[in-house]
Design a protein around this ligand. Structure first.
Ligand SMILES: *Cc1c(COP(=O)(O)O)cnc(C)c1O
Length: 394
């Protein structure tokens, strides 16, 4: 009998022994404040559906209408026969929403990073990357072949020291950072980072996957939050989080977008986003431009939940956004906490090493505009009960 795949069994056993094996839960309901997860109805604190748009009737209707007119699939990559006027409309609308010269869409935020970073830098170049950047930035950096220097998380002084250390040793330089860091819910001082980028004439890229639809005026993102319009060269974003759909976007200087039309490999060699995705995303932009109501509710929900947790005696870490980590310390405690919450009807993810550093295990609570005050009260009661039971709070 063949043994060539036995290594997989061994690797999987290893993952299970060390508690790193992914067990994937299944939803049998739409996204929303409540989910049916593995057959049980629970309050949802796991999704990136910040504004509750993933099952919004206007997005669903827009997708249906567009499918009646254009069908489902784009049928080709964008550069051959896959660019429909819907794609161009989306690119124009998101550019206007974000206040940038130009945008280009990708299949996802992940492929946007994989396409953009290697188009901007190569073997002779240097990337200054925040040490906690997202996996898709890390992979994009590796693909580029550029030398990568990691600076201390969200620390402009560390960034500047690294730049000085490497001065004169590269052709082009790129600074890249997440907008909002999804494990802690914090964001970097992007104004300080932009000043450094200008002082040393380096390109600046921010991946605002968790900031779009959340930070800035009416959810226009971290660049708007810091009023840095025109001073950040490249903004990567995703339509899979606050926008409730799927797809990636790169926004910024028109020359960069033009260059990505020529050199963004996932744009050139992977098919365009589907018709319903594009139409639903345009409908999401309509909603965001009409009113700030959903973004405002997201933030008031976050404030209510965080205040409630602090009053109960929980530590919500460095959170500056609706992403609320509940710091617990040991991974085993975090897992047990998450399991007990689920029994109490609250679905919130435990994160441990290596997703977060050792000793900093936590429950991560994702707040959404879809949650009602009653939902939040109910979840606070569950946190109080489990927290007392496990000795986390008095
Ligand atoms: C989620 C995320 C992505 C990936 O976005 P998708 O559109 O889901 O592929 C990229 N970057 C960051 C920082 C993210 O949080």
């Amino acid at each position: 009998m063949s043994t060539k795949l036995n290594w997989i069994d061994e690797e999987l056993e290893g993952l299970k022994d060390s508690g790193l094996y992914n067990r994937i839960r299944t939803l049998s309901s739409p996204q929303g404040a409540w989910l049916v997860v593995d057959g049980k109805r629970v309050l949802n604190f796991c999704s990136n559906n910040y504004l509750g748009l993933a099952n919004h009737p206007k997005l669903v209707q827009a997708a249906k209408d567009a499918m009646d007119q254009f069908g489902v699939g784009p049928g080709a990559v964008r550069t051959i026969a896959g660019t429909m006027n819907l794609h161009l409309e989306l690119e124009k609308r998101i550019a206007a929403f974000k206040g940038v010269e130009s945008t280009i869409t990708f299949q996802s935020g992940f492929t946007a990073n994989l396409g953009t970073i290697p188009a901007l830098v190569g073997k002779e170049d240097l990337i200054f990357s925040d040490e906690l950047n997202h996996a898709s930035i890390i992979d994009g950096c590796r693909l580029s072949g550029a030398k990568v220097v990691r600076y201390a998380h969200a620390d402009p002084a560390s960034l500047e020291a690294m730049i000085r250390e490497n001065e004169g040793q590269y052709r082009r330089g790129l600074i890249v950072t997440d907008g909002v860091f999804s494990m802690d819910g914090d964001y970097p001082p992007l104004d300080k980072i932009a000043e450094i980028a200008e002082a040393y004439d380096l390109m600046l890229m921010v991946d605002d996957a968790h900031g779009e639809g959340v930070l800035g005026k009416g959810g226009r993102g971290i660049v708007d939050h810091f009023d840095l319009h025109g001073r950040v060269d490249v903004e990567v974003g995703t339509f899979s989080k606050a926008f409730g759909v799927m797809g990636g976007v790169v926004a910024g200087d028109a020359r960069i977008i033009e260059w990505l039309h020529q050199r963004g490999r996932p744009f050139l060699f992977s098919s365009a986003v589907t018709v319903p995705d594009v139409a639903a995303t345009i409908a999401a932009i309509d909603l965001l431009e009409e009113s700030t109501e959903l973004v405002d509710r997201l933030w008031s929900n976050a404030e209510m939940f965080k205040n409630g947790m602090k009053q109960l005696g929980f530590d919500t870490g460095k959170s500056m956004t609706p992403i609320t980590p509940v710091m617990l310390g040991e991974a085993k405690l975090a897992r047990e906490f998450s399991r007990r919450l689920y029994e109490e009807g609250v679905f919130a993810m435990a994160l441990g090493f290596p997703t977060v550093p050792r000793g900093l295990a936590r429950i991560r609570v994702m707040i959404s505009a879809a949650q009602t005050p009653e939902d939040l009260e109910e979840s606070l009661a569950a946190f109080a009960k489990v927290g007392q039971e496990l000795g986390v709070i008095a």
